[in-house]
Design a protein around this ligand. Structure first.
Ligand code: CDP
Ligand code: CDP
Length: 223
């Protein structure tokens, strides 16, 4: 796409954000930025250092020593922490179940938002997360908020786990997703929330292609 616009995609876990954001970025020759990977990378580092995840000062300090690089690759985005490839290890159960604790701290969010704004400078970016339309890119030309029922989202993660040969428990996934939704939506700083000017898409019964097509229509209308 010729135009330099920014596309913000927010929504809860497994609503389909990263899948559709990657497709859009590829089709438009834009850069894809997965902000959740940055919170996961910090969480991974903090766990490695046996940090108390409730200790905001400590987490702020760890973050200031943590260089996070998101590198586009044929297989998706690679994530590096101080030069170490953490692409896979940031997706473990342990990180997934701790990340919302780390992400609630004001000073952590302040630094992350600063880094994310710098990465998006100049547009031609598809960025996904929880607060992109509301805080990171409030001026984004296109803002999308994806939803899907908890059951559908748990099923998606379940299928994903099984296809990778991992063990998976649908009931546990439902509980984990609902818990993370609650923590992300109820935190004081930049909670998960649809921006007033975002377009909401319920993906519960939509295919990935269906969601991508809907977003492309919205992009066309905005240009
Ligand atoms: O992929 P999934 O939707 O499971 O999660 P993610 O996008 O990797 O985000 C992991 C966690 O990071 C979320 O549950 C939030 O607690 C936090 N996060 C955030 O607070 N703000 C963002 N912009 C992105 C993620
Ligand atoms: O990034 P987010 O956590 O919002 O979700 P995702 O990782 O993009 O999507 C979670 C899973 O749901 C992936 O395996 C997708 O292929 C699948 N998905 C789907 O089945 N139907 C959709 N409309 C969107 C995603």
């Amino acid at each position: 796409m010729e135009q330099n616009i920014s596309i913000a995609i927010d929504g809860p876990a497994a609503a389909g954000k990263s899948t559709v954001a990657k497709i859009l970025a590829e089709d438009y020759s834009y850069v894809y930025i997965d902000t959740g990977a940055m919170y996961r990378a910090l969480t991974y580092k903090a766990i490695q250092e046996h940090a108390d995840l409730e200790n905001e000062e400590l987490l702020k300090e760890i973050l200031s020593d943590t260089k996070i690089d998101l590198i586009p690759s044929g297989k998706g985005q690679l994530v590096y922490v101080n030069g170490e490839n953490v692409t896979e290890v940031i997706r473990t159960h342990e990180v997934t179940n701790s990340v919302s604790i780390v992400a609630k701290h004001a000073s952590v969010r302040e630094e992350m938002v600063k880094r994310q704004k710098d990465m998006a400078n100049g547009g031609r970016v598809v960025m996904d997360g929880r607060d992109i339309g509301t805080h990171v890119l409030p001026e984004a030309e296109v803002k999308i908020f994806l939803r899907a029922s908890v059951l559908e989202r748990a099923k998606r993660r379940h299928d994903e786990n099984l296809s990778k040969g991992f063990e998976s428990d649908l009931e546990q996934l439902k509980l984990d997703i609902a818990r993370r939704d609650k923590l992300d939506s109820e935190r004081v700083i930049a909670p998960l929330k649809k921006a007033d000017d975002a377009v909401e898409i319920d993906t519960t019964s939509l295919s990935i292609t269906g969601v991508v097509e809907e977003i492309k229509k919205i992009v066309k209308e905005r240009l």
